[in-house]
Design a protein around this ligand. Structure first.
Ligand SMILES: Cc1cc2nc3c(=O)[nH]c(=O)nc-3n(C[C@H](O)[C@H](O)[C@H](O)COP(=O)(O)OP(=O)(O)OC[C@H]3O[C@@H](n4cnc5c(N)ncnc54)[C@H](O)[C@@H]3O)c2cc1C
Length: 446
């Protein structure tokens, strides 16, 4: 029985964990006797992208070796089950960090490519696939192919963001990013409303490599969209206090605490989220400059609690993330109004600006505003709210993120992804027997 991080749509499949690329190829070659096969990394996509009801799920848990890391160039070759945390542990002592990091480092290289993940630096670095120099893919049917942007752009850009539906990525070579320390020099600004939030984000895009706004989703009226914006860049050794200077690249992922078993289900609700948002906003100074933060604190605050998703109770959580093009600022404002008016408690509400999109046929990011929201799945009226957000997003020319989606209707998705037909065409040629399938792809006809 498998679910994604949101724990909302369980389904039963045969879970296999091949220990070699050869046995992975054999499994995929078998086509699981027509029942469908889908790859799975660390299961951090929010819904059922890495599930295949009644079929086979191929986990990369045992394909997790770093093959070579060149300390001079920062080029790393690894198996697809290697996590971003593993890459940080291996790369940081030599001054190399992952080029793009999502809000958790418990993500595999395969999952990062398949969702073409983005981070707080999308406006300068683009998404993950842009840093992938090559990948080895086991195709439906079992053949192994090495794919680069130069040799096979069509398969490369169908696989980047392709949600596992073009084959099992088994190895990849990725260009890491040079850093001089493992600390981030962070400036924080508290904004009063959505207009100031958008103005500061635009200004900070020009000044910082990483920036993001945590917004108070329940604030209304004159405070609508008030936020705490944190922006930063990796610190230089001279920025570090003497206590840290001896080991400027130190990175020790802490043993993480779990959500205690006595944590009452339903603890994340309208009142607690309103309280937490208010407290978080008020405790932040109007402006703070030059604070040094660890990688964990700056990039992966939610990783501090191991099974954070359980705090939402047995009903689980529903994530929703949209992007809509610049010029759609009214729609961004309207989306905040809709959430606040519905009194829907989104605990983690993140607004950011994306840079240019890459050629990934189903890649999510495009130049514009992206808003991520997460709600307890049992929030009353949630379906209505998310349906209204879908309409707003489509009208503004935007789309929702497949790695988080749990409910967008197939016809609405087709309006959001103009390159969906091109993706289907690549799939039809690559996998005429329809071996690869996930619960997500079946629902949306990907
Ligand atoms: C707390 C949290 C914060 C997050 N923040 C962000 C964020 O800031 N930005 C962002 O972009 N995403 C974010 N995500 C989503 C996450 O980065 C993606 O869903 C990512 O794909 C998860 O990787 P995974 O290894 O867990 O893959 P899984 O969830 O197991 O699988 C995801 C997809 O990748 C496919 N896949 C996995 N491995 C392979 C492979 N070897 N070959 C082919 N396909 C494969 C699966 O079939 C599936 O379609 C966040 C998730 C969480 C839980």
């Amino acid at each position: 029985m498998l679910t994604g991080w949101g724990r909302i749509s369980p389904s039963v499949a045969e879970l296999t964990e091949p220990a070699s690329i050869e046995s992975a190829a054999e499994l995929l070659g078998s086509g699981a006797a027509g029942r469908g096969v889908i790859p799975r990394g660390l299961g951090r996509s929010y819904n059922n992208a890495a599930q295949c009801a009644d079929g086979m799920v191929i986990s990369t848990a045992r394909l997790n070796r770093i093959i070579a890391l060149d300390p001079a160039s920062g080029l790393v070759a690894c198996e697809a089950g290697v996590s971003l945390e593993q890459l940080m542990v291996a790369g940081l002592p030599a001054g190399w960090f992952v080029p793009v990091s999502p809000g958790t480092r418990q993500v595999t290289i395969g999952g990062a490519i398949a969702a073409d993940v983005h981070g707080k630096n999308h406006h300068v670095a683009g998404s993950f696939a842009g840093h992938v120099r090559s990948m080895d893919i086991v195709l439906p049917g079992g053949g192994l192919r090495t794919v680069t942007v130069q040799t096979d752009p069509s398969l490369f850009w169908a696989t980047a963001g392709g949600m596992g539906l073009t084959g099992l990525i088994v190895r990849a070579t990725v260009q890491l990013k040079r850093v001089a320390t493992s600390r981030v020099r962070v400036d924080t600004v508290r904004t009063a409303d959505i207009d100031e939030t958008m103005a500061v984000l635009a200004e900070h895009d020009r000044a910082y490599g990483y920036t993001v706004a945590w917004s108070d989703s329940l604030a209304r009226g004159a405070s609508l969209g008030r936020s705490v914006i944190t922006s930063g860049d990796f610190a230089e050794p001279a920025d570090l206090p003497p206590s840290d200077a001896a080991d400027p690249l130190a990175f020790r992922p802490r043993a993480r605490v779990g959500v205690p078993s006595w944590f009452p289900p339903g603890m994340i609700n309208r009142s607690t989220v309103a309280l937490a948002n208010r407290a978080w906003y008020r405790k932040t100074p109007r402006s703070r400059r030059g604070e040094l933060q660890t990688i964990g604190k700056f990039f992966h605050p939610l990783d501090g609690i191991r099974n954070w998703n359980r705090a939402y109770g047995p009903g689980g959580l529903r994530q929703y993330q949209y992007v809509l093009p610049f010029g759609g600022e009214d729609a961004v404002r309207r989306s905040f109004e809709l959430v606040a008016a519905a009194r829907a408690p989104s605990f983690v509400t993140v607004l950011k600006r994306f840079g240019e999109q890459d050629p990934g046929l189903l890649s999510f990011p495009m130049a514009g505003w992206t808003l991520a929201l997460d709600f307890p799945a049992r929030t009353p009226g949630l379906d209505r709210l998310l349906g209204a957000l879908d309409r707003l997003v489509v009208e503004a020319g935007g789309r929702v993120y497949l790695a988080k989606d749990s409910r967008v209707p197939a016809d609405v998705l087709a309006e959001m992804y103009p390159r969906l037909e091109a993706f289907r065409k690549v799939r039809a040629e690559l996998d005429p027997a329809g071996i690869l399938a996930s619960d997500l792809s079946r629902r949306l006809g990907l």
